[in-house]
Design a protein. Sequence first.
Length: 182
Amino acid sequence: YSPWTNGKAERPNIEILRLLRTLKLELKLTPRQTLNTTVFAEIQRLINGIPRERLNGLTPDEFFLVNDQLSPLAIIKLEEEESKVVEIEISDEVKKLAKDLSEKLESWTPDVNSKQQYRAEKQKAEQYQRKDIKCEQFTRGDWVLVTIAYKRKSKMIQRLSGPYQIVKSISPKVYSVFNPIR
């Protein structure tokens, strides 16, 4: 789990803190007691068991660990004595699994990259369209009230005059109006 990959860490962190509070309540810990490191590992396993759209509906564990049978249904609280590190020699079966993993990653990577590239291009196109929209509020022939830009003398001075008819549009917010007095 890495919240910094998309630049938005606040929302996931809120969810993680909510999960930690719930766990402390369920495990009946006092506010001064801290959660065991095995509980944090279990939380990480739960978070990595959620399918992600950017990984084509696969969980991070399925994608990176090629673990199709992982189902985060319950949290297991381990005692201190049970959490020991044991060294394991790499067997031929593990080497074969590592080779299978690399082959699966090779087959999944272009699919995920194309999906991410499509999203990035779509987002750029949407931003480009938003920048090019000219929001003209009025068209030629509309009647409008005009703000006259004089030096401000008093709060009570009338700021709008008119109605005047629009002759042409100079920019999206600036218009030339017909003034019969001039």
